[in-house]
Design a protein around this ligand. Structure first.
Ligand code: AMP
Length: 419
């Protein structure tokens, strides 16, 4: 076995403390924001039958190039989920919960991508999905929840881009208009985009190549191809965003990587990050997806936010700091160790976080460990305290003041100090 076997595989990382604590805090905040609007958590499996993800579109990179698909020992073709919308909708089709079905989720996805900063092969998302209503106010609610979440994280440099892809028929007509536009100018198109054109004309709009810039800029605009119904839907979404003061930019060229979107699509860009990797989240409507998974025709809308990238954006803006201490209290036992067993247990049972030193270290070494732990308070017990049924409580952060207190009162005193 070579050394590299004992390193995290390319595109994966260990999220070590304190990053892991910040990660958890982000998910808890998200749960709070989603919960405030009545969304309930769903935990889908991390792998599915490959057909579930094929519904994302055979021509999408996510399915064609990046899927971790394999045959299991029972001969099934299984894929690690590259995203969770398809799984949540598959779960909806399977269980048929009452409508509207409002769900939130958090967890990892897997895509065989070119690993780089902000782009991983295992990355986490938090997201919501709602099945049932086609009400444009629901699109606005979903977008607003993401916006409020970013606000509560403390991110300020987030830009919301919104667009409408129209109904499935509008979209199909638009794709033909795009195809005609690009085909009429094939010579001016980069070779890569010519290949994209053959499979997925919409994705040509995503081209960042200089050679394509002019043709993309002159391309027909989706918003000019909307049916009256889709145009009215989009107008109602933007009016609702205006009503709750969520600022947005209409981005007529915004197409997203997955094929299932119709009508509203949106993306959040963190402007403190490099442009290539600044999409921190996105979503949209997918009115046809549930029916493709075997449910009756049921509209859906949702978004997914990248946890890894959102935290990078927090770093870039210097917000949402990681916690500094793993515990509140550090127990220092100069009597040989038995006292710490009991005191640590009691403090923990009182709902406080406590740690201690091990292996019969000297008093000095234990005090050092207490400092390193960043606990606010040390609880010190020596032979004198043991004999008199007391402990000494020392402040580790402020002036270092200390008091000797009765053991029975210890947890009350700690709670009062740590408030
Ligand atoms: P998508 O499912 O492609 O619409 O992605 C939604 C969000 O997930 C993006 O805006 C990113 O923040 C995040 N994301 C997608 N792919 C990756 C990846 N490979 N590594 C890290 N984050 C990702």
């Amino acid at each position: 076995m070579t050394d590299h076997a004992f390193r995290a595989p390319k595109g994966t990382r260990d999220i070590m403390w304190p990053d892991s604590a910040r990660w958890r805090a982000l998910v808890e905040l998200f749960a709070d924001v989603a919960g405030s609007a009545g969304y309930l958590e769903v935990v889908p499996p991390m792998f599915e039958h490959v057909e579930v993800f094929q519904r994302l579109g055979e021509a999408t990179d996510v399915v064609r190039k990046e899927m971790y698909a394999f045959e299991d020992k029972g001969g099934r073709t299984i894929a690690l989920r590259p995203e969770q919308t398809a799984s949540v909708v598959r779960g909806f089709a399977e269980h048929r919960p009452a409508l509207p079905y409002k769900a939130w989720y958090a967890g990892p996805n897997f895509r065989y991508e070119r690993a780089q900063k902000g782009r991983f092969r295992q990355f986490d998302q938090v997201g919501v999905e709602v099945l049932g209503p086609h009400d444009p106010h629901l699109d606005a609610e979903v977008i607003t929840l993401a916006w409020r979440f970013y606000e509560r994280l403390g991110l300020r440099q987030v830009r919301l881009l919104v667009n409408s892809l129209g109904s499935a028929e509008d979209r199909a007509r638009y794709v033909e208009a795009l195809r005609a536009h690009f085909e009429a100018n094939l010579d001016a198109l980069s070779e890569e985009s010519r290949a994209t054109l053959a499979t997925n004309p919409l994705r040509v709009l995503d081209s960042k190549r200089d050679a394509d810039a002019e043709l993309v800029a002159d391309a027909p605009r989706m918003l000019d191809h909307l049916s009256d119904d889709a145009a009215a839907h989009f107008a109602a979404v933007t009016a609702a965003l205006d009503a709750v003061d969520v600022p947005y930019t209409v981005a007529p060229r915004l197409v997203r990587g997955l094929d299932y979107y119709v009508r509203t699509t949106f993306e959040f860009a963190a402007e403190a990050l490099d442009a290539a990797q600044n999409a921190v989240g996105g979503g949209g409507r997918y009115d046809g997806l549930a029916a493709e998974m075997g449910a009756p025709e049921t509209p859906g809308v949702g978004f997914a936010l990248g946890v890894d990238r959102t935290l990078l954006a927090c770093d870039a803006e210097g917000v949402f700091a990681p916690p500094t201490a793993a515990v509140d209290v550090f127990v220092v036992d100069a009597t040989g160790g038995d006292e710490a067993v009991v005191l640590a247990d009691r403090i923990r049972a009182a709902g406080l976080r406590a740690d201690r030193a091990w292996d019969g270290r000297s008093m000095k070494a234990q005090m050092k460990a207490a400092d390193r732990s960043a606990a606010a308070v040390a609880v010190i017990v020596g032979e004198d305290e043991k004999a008199s049924g007391t402990v000494t409580v020392r402040d580790l952060r402020g002036d270092g003041g200390q008091e000797t207190v009765d053991r029975d009162q210890l947890t009350d005193i700690l709670r009062a100090r740590l408030r």
